[in-house]
Design a protein around this ligand. Structure first.
Ligand SMILES: Cc1cc2nc3c(=O)[nH]c(=O)nc-3n(C[C@H](O)[C@H](O)[C@H](O)COP(=O)(O)O)c2cc1C
Length: 173
């Protein structure tokens, strides 16, 4: 799959099949994370891989908007250091790279940001200086997503030409 196709077809997946994701694909998803750039190459982030059923359930309990993660094949907690002003950008970039790498192999994923911070930090032994910024759950999609379309604004609503408010008109061909 080329990069553009990967981006345009990828959807959030929150229902997963029982089929295990092979370890080589899981490794590629983690490598995609490792090779993503951070601001000033600080590499302040750390990742916790979760695949034991009881810990996936614990993750779901520690969330306010990601109870579906209990059914994932595995999950990754993305930890970033809030002392860096750009840490949320780093988290978004690494998350997207992992999700796209997964999608390229037919593996779906979803994310959640509603996290009971103190509870999750205590449950997973996370040090004070790191923040669980976003959590992703991965697995093969439970059902065919064919036909599900992205609900997005058009380019004409989103993009201006030269100055805020100028319509793009024909300038994008
Ligand atoms: C910053 C951010 C936070 C999100 N938080 C959650 C969340 O807490 N729980 C959840 O199930 N999905 C969450 N999502 C997923 C969005 O609901 C999803 O990206 C959006 O509905 C588009 O989905 P689609 O690509 O399948 O059309 C979040 C997405 C982003 C970018």
């Amino acid at each position: 799959m080329d990069t553009f196709e990967c981006i345009t077809t990828k959807l959030e997946v929150r229902e997963f099949s029982q089929k295990d994701v092979p370890s080589d694909i899981r490794l590629k998803i983690l490598e995609a994370a490792r090779l993503t750039g951070t601001g000033m190459n600080t590499q302040h982030w750390r990742f916790i891989l979760i695949d034991k059923e009881e810990n996936l359930k614990r993750l779901a309990d520690d969330s306010t908007s990601g109870s579906w993660v209990a059914g994932a094949n595995f999950a990754i907690i993305i930890l970033t250091n809030p002392r860096y002003g750009f840490h949320m950008i780093d988290a978004g970039r690494v998350l997207q790279n992992m999700q796209l790498a997964a999608w390229n192999y037919g593996v779906g994923s979803g994310l959640f940001t509603g996290i009971k911070q103190e509870q999750l930090k205590s449950d997973f032994g996370i040090p004070n200086e790191l923040s669980p910024t976003v959590i992703a759950g991965f697995g093969y999609p439970a059902k065919k997503l064919m036909g599900k379309r992205k609900n997005r604004l058009s380019l004409h609503e989103l993009v201006y030409y030269e100055k805020y408010g100028n319509p793009i008109g024909n300038s994008i061909g």
